[in-house]
Design a protein around this ligand. Structure first.
Ligand SMILES: NC(=O)c1ccc[n+]([C@@H]2O[C@H](COP(=O)([O-])OP(=O)(O)OC[C@H]3O[C@@H](n4cnc5c(N)ncnc54)[C@H](O)[C@@H]3O)[C@@H](O)[C@H]2O)c1
Length: 372
């Protein structure tokens, strides 16, 4: 239980590409507002302040953290900055929402946990797939036993032509091409965090071991794509497996209002199957959610499916947790387990062997695979 707040007055630290969506909950919620913005790109910070009607604009993070009227921060920075900025924000008495992947290593995340404990403030790691309405509904159906006991999760990411979808500024790509800043590759570490988290979301047993092929496609000296990839894992103590496949169809158009890629998944149980047919994009014109059981197929057509909704709901969850003085969903121990999974998968690909999650040390990094 943390001290509750009457009204959430958030400061955005980092106002880049994803904050278009990350801000939605704050713009909408009657007990929240964007009070301040900060970005080292001053033009961008000014533009965001106008768009979000934020009264205060800061050029450096320390100045925003000194603002006593800001009681929470959204951190949307390149990953190598997450630990230091989260710790400083907590020490300044702010509640923290930290974009995924939370940090580069487990030790860094432990520092954030320690700072939260000392400050008596909340931290949540924003993983929006957990809030995507078709995923929420699928989880509800799994928990109701609609497909019996869940046995397997299979995810597939289809990436298409880069020029489709929304415009991603070069600056947003640049730091992702440097594993020292990104923590690993843009697909199998950065985006992968969502998929590893989904592998954990639908099956209750902890993930124990992982194996991975990750092919690194290089485009010149400064650019690469860490895909195609095939990552498989085993859950502890039970014969249950999961898998995630990444396919880069560089000539295929993926209809999307956001990134030009889409994620689909399939959850098999002892008595049925659930399919979630979209997420970030709009690849297939199929119902968002389909369940097969007892020879019957049922489709859900009326669930909100716009990816942006997952961010709005994630914003609401954080705001309401702060108002109620409770820990938001996606606490640090849970995020730590997903991070450990992400690092283990990359290690498995790099070393060409199966890796147990408990081999991931405090300082182990998700080094880029060399070759398959
Ligand atoms: N949940 C999702 O689906 C999702 C999608 C995309 C990105 N993200 C996460 O959001 C975060 C940001 O990603 P992005 O794509 O918006 O990146 P981005 O590069 O577009 O934005 C980062 C912003 O941080 C600013 N910045 C960098 N250093 C700074 C500093 N020292 N002080 C102030 N500002 C600074 C940059 O100017 C930039 O505007 C990352 O953690 C990323 O993984 C999550």
């Amino acid at each position: 239980m943390h001290t509750s707040v009457e009204h959430v007055r958030v400061g955005f630290i980092g106002c880049g590409r994803i904050t278009d969506l990350q801000v939605l909950g704050y713009l909408d919620h009657p007990r929240a507002e964007v009070l301040a913005v900060c970005d080292s790109d001053q033009g961008l910070a000014q533009r965001r302040a106008r768009e979000w009607r934020a009264p205060k604009v800061y050029g450096d993070i320390e100045a925003l953290l000194r603002d006593a009227d800001v009681n929470a921060v959204e951190i949307a920075l390149p990953h190598h900055l997450h630990r230091d900025v989260a710790v400083a924000a907590l020490q300044a008495g702010k509640h923290v929402s930290l974009q995924k992947p939370p940090t580069l290593t487990l030790a860094e995340l432990d520092d954030v946990a320690e700072a939260a404990k000392s400050a008596g403030r909340s931290v949540r790691v924003l993983e929006n797939f957990m809030h995507y309405p078709p995923h929420v509904k699928a989880k509800e159906l799994v928990e109701e036993g609609v497909i019996g006991a869940p046995l397997s999760v299979r995810l597939k990411t289809a990436a298409g032509r880069f020029e489709d979808g929304w415009r991603v500024p070069a600056s947003s790509q640049q730091w992702r091409m440097n594993p020292d800043l990104c923590g690993g590759g843009p697909t199998c570490f950065d985006h992968g965090y969502h998929c590893y988290n989904m592998g954990r979301f639908f099956i209750p047993e902890p993930v124990e071991r992982v194996h991975a092929w990750i092919h690194v496609n290089r485009f010149g000296a400064d650019s690469f794509y860490d895909g195609p990839a095939m990552i498989t894992w085993k859950y502890a103590g039970v014969p249950k497996f999961g898998s995630w496949e990444v396919i880069a169809s560089i000539g295929m158009r993926v209809r999307s209002k956001y990134y030009a890629s889409d994620d689909r998944m399939e959850i098999h149980g002892t008595e049925g199957i659930i399919w979630v047919n979209r997420c970030t994009g709009l690849l297939l014109d199929e119902p968002a959610l389909v369940v097969y059981r007892d020879g019957e197929t049922r489709a859900w057509h009326d669930i909100p499916t716009d990816w942006a909704e997952s961010f709005r709901l994630a914003g609401y969850e954080f705001i309401e947790a702060l108002i109620e003085g409770r820990q938001p969903q996606q606490n640090i121990p849970d995020a730590r387990e997903t991070l450990r999974f992400a690092i283990a998968a990359n290690l498995a690909a790099r070393e060409g062997r199966e890796v147990r999650l408990d081999e991931v040390g405090a300082d182990t990094r998700a080094l880029l695979p060399i070759a398959v």
